[in-house]
Design a protein around this ligand. Structure first.
Ligand code: ATP
Ligand code: MG
Length: 220
């Protein structure tokens, strides 16, 4: 198994906080993993995900360390808060912007946008004004923004939070497909255990900044 990163006794505290938000995390991520992280509100799920890329969480490592064997540009992150990441007027412009410094030709850019948008079923949204889209539609645009980068590791923080059950399930199926067909490594934060068991192959349960459970999910 190829290790992508490794947390050792890792403790993290936000700058404006008096307590640890991550408390002695020990965890290795392997290529091809589909990890589902669940846990109560405030348990540290988003904080853990934000450690994977520099600059996402404003705080300091109090103890331990994080070793990465994959460079930052191989990671794509989709925030829990949909409006954080969209800045252009239309989804198409937004996706173009994401691909701007990737060394793609204009043709390649349009091709990738069409490919990902049709995969996600959002072709008809591409030229709408982003300000007119629903929360769930914006969530799908954000996911598209991550997928057009063809990352090795995809970090998704509650991507189904604003989606109806049917769209949620479709999205999770699509994420599983990119995991299986493109061997993309996935870390996905969710609230529902039921969904975890169906789609991921590894489950982390967090509580008060700690990983309480880290176990493979057996498919029945
Ligand atoms: P949720 O399910 O609500 O998204 P979560 O498990 O993602 O919760 P985190 O956002 O990781 O929880 O928060 C973990 C802890 O860190 C909480 O106690 C929270 O108050 C604290 N925290 C989160 N963000 C910040 C911040 N920017 N500054 C200070 N403390 C923070
Ligand atoms: Mg969160």
């Amino acid at each position: 198994m190829v290790e992508i990163l490794h947390f050792k006794d890792y403790c993290f505290q936000y700058n404006n906080s008096q307590k640890l938000s991550l408390d002695k995390i020990n965890f290795s991520l392997f290529q091809g993993d589909f990890v589902m992280i669940i846990g109560a509100t405030g348990s540290g799920k988003s904080t853990l995900l934000k450690q994977f890329l520099p600059g996402l969480a404003t705080g300091k490592v109090i103890n331990g360390n994080l070793t990465k064997s994959v460079s930052n540009d191989k990671f794509a992150y989709v925030s829990q808060f949909v409006d954080n990441q969209i800045i252009m007027e239309t989804p198409r412009d937004d996706l173009k912007f994401v691909l701007d410094n990737q060394g793609c030709t204009n043709n390649e850019i349009q091709l990738r946008i069409t490919e990902v948008a049709s995969f996600l079923g959002i072709i008809e949204l591409l030229d709408k004004k982003i300000t007119n889209l629903s929360g769930g539609q914006k969530q799908l645009i954000n996911l598209a923004g991550a997928l057009v980068l063809k990352p090795q590791v995809l970090l998704l923080d509650e991507p189904t939070a604003q989606l109806d059950p049917i769209t949620s399930e479709k999205l999770l199926q699509m994420v599983r497909k990119v995991n299986q067909e493109f061997n993309m490594t996935i870390i996905l934060v969710e609230h529902e255990l039921e969904q975890a068991v169906q789609y991921a192959n590894r489950l982390l349960v967090m509580e008060q900044g700690q990983i309480l459970v880290d176990q493979p999910i057996e498919k029945g």
